[in-house]
Design a protein around this ligand. Structure first.
Ligand code: APR
Length: 433
């Protein structure tokens, strides 16, 4: 079949509707040999416009390396999807160094202390002073919007509503990513994107990880048997820092987001339905679990999002198959404890970008070959911290000796506030130093 090739500059990329229209009216006079198929070429095909994909795209663009981002969702969806919000000190510094931090410098709020509540006591950890670093609270969707704006304003191409449906040829240097151009027509167009490398930045439910033959990867999974009800409430934070409340009825947490919106978490059963947690039950539990000596200062208000999350962690090894490189949630997911997911994703993108730049600019493939080996020890170190913290804040530890676990938790918190060495280790891991 004769295939027509287009460069992306020829294709309106803003919205799939405009794109299809442009293709239909100007580029493809009806089906090409009976099939609606477009081919194009780029150096790096980036699948997924989350933090990992967009950071990678911007770093490559800066070096003049051609890349195209394909994204399953619409632009409006990715720019408003509320996810994480805590950016580690090291990641903030990295974004600053690369001129990607304007929004977070303007609107982000630095945080340097967190608080644990247990048995009527408060344990405040000044992790910023201890580690010489701080978190910046800046919602992930704001960062995604900033990165998208930067990338597209510099001429970068993001094809929204283009789910990747097939990846092939990664093992023999002939990588092709096939996307469906979603629109309202009955026979959707297909786009074949030939590339040197595929960056699989398409999250845990994406296509990249599952495109690797099972004989070439190992997946390590930990199911904690714990659920969290993740809530977004339209209220200012009652307490100006992160609060982890350890209670007999289960964990409760407060994470500041913006002056108008706060994230709360409530431990629940993994199979719980959102409908089992109406507003009055949510606020009752939050008030009870966060109280100190029966008192609390919780501001209540409308709940705008509620989702039950399963506490689980997954790591895929290696993070590479031929010319396909996995970054971010596509390679590993981590429980939200310790707020590490987005930070790991950006750190992967940074290392992958450096490796691709060395390949194109210095003809040196060493960093690419070592990408997985470089990232995995860091990924496991962060998993270890999150696992430790998860055990600190939940009473469930697989045994029935509740009273014993309670005392262990108290001993850990007392060490955290009484031993400099212990607190320093926590602070360093927490801010990602
Ligand atoms: N084709 C194209 N895009 C896809 C496909 C596909 N087949 N499958 C998924 N995607 C897109 C998703 O729609 C999403 O926009 O890939 C993107 C992946 O982005 P994220 O899930 O944000 O993943 P990542 O960039 O690794 O960032 C990880 O996100 O999950 C949160 O809290 C987590 O903070 C962490 C961060």
């Amino acid at each position: 079949m004769a295939k027509r090739y287009f460069h992306y500059d020829e294709i309106a990329s803003e919205q799939s509707a405009g794109y299809t229209k442009a293709l239909g009216e100007e580029f493809v006079p009806g089906p090409v040999d009976g099939e609606d198929l477009i081919r194009s070429r780029t150096q790096v095909a980036i699948v997924g416009a989350g933090p990992a994909g967009l950071v990678l795209a911007l770093l490559l663009q800066h070096e003049g390396i051609d890349c195209v981002v394909v994204e399953r969702q619409t632009q409006a969806y990715v720019e408003t999807r509320a996810r994480a919000g805590f950016i580690e000190h090291r990641v903030v510094e990295f974004l600053r160094q690369h001129g990607l931090s304007e929004g977070l410098d303007l609107r982000g709020v630095p945080h340097t202390t967190c608080e644990f509540r247990h048995g009527g006591s408060q344990y405040i950890v000044p992790y910023g002073d201890l580690s010489g670093g701080a978190h910046v609270v800046y919602p992930q969707q704001f960062l995604v919007r900033d990165l998208l704006e930067l990338f597209t304003s510099r001429g970068g191409k993001v094809l929204f509503s283009h789910p990747a449906v097939k990846m092939e040829g990664m093992e023999d240097n002939r990588a092709v990513v096939t996307c469906v151009v979603q629109d309202s027509s009955d026979s959707p167009l297909q786009l074949e994107l030939e590339c040197d490398f595929v960056a699989g930045c398409d999250g845990f439910h994406g296509l990249s990880r599952t495109s690797i033959p099972s004989t070439h990867v190992m997946t390590f999974t930990k199911q904690y048997g714990i659920g969290w009800l993740a809530l977004l409430a339209e209220v200012p934070s009652s307490m100006k820092r992160i609060v982890y409340a350890l209670h007999d009825s289960g964990f409760a947490g407060q994470m500041p987001r913006t002056p108008q919106v706060t994230r709360f978490y409530l431990e629940c059963l993994p199979g719980d339905l959102e409908s089992e947690w109406p507003d009055d039950r949510v606020w009752r539990e939050l008030r009870k679990r966060m109280a100190i000596d029966g008192e609390n200062d919780l501001i209540t208000g409308p709940i705008i999002e509620r989702r039950v999350l399963d506490m689980r962690s997954v790591v895929t090894e290696p993070m590479q198959y031929g010319n396909l490189f996995l970054a971010g949630d596509a390679a590993h997911i981590i429980t939200p404890v310790g707020a590490k997911g987005m930070n790991l994703a950006i750190a992967d993108a940074e290392v992958l970008a450096r490796a691709l730049i060395a390949h194109y600019r210095k003809r040196d493939g060493t960093l690419l070959r070592e990408y997985s080996k470089t990232r995995l020890p860091h990924v496991w170190r962060v998993q270890e911290f999150s696992d430790w913290m998860l055990r600190l804040i939940h009473s469930t530890d697989g045994s029935n000796e509740q009273a014993f676990s309670e005392r262990l938790r108290r001993a850990r918190l007392e060490r955290l506030c009484g031993s400099n060495a212990y607190a320093n280790l926590f602070a360093e891991s927490y801010v990602g130093r």
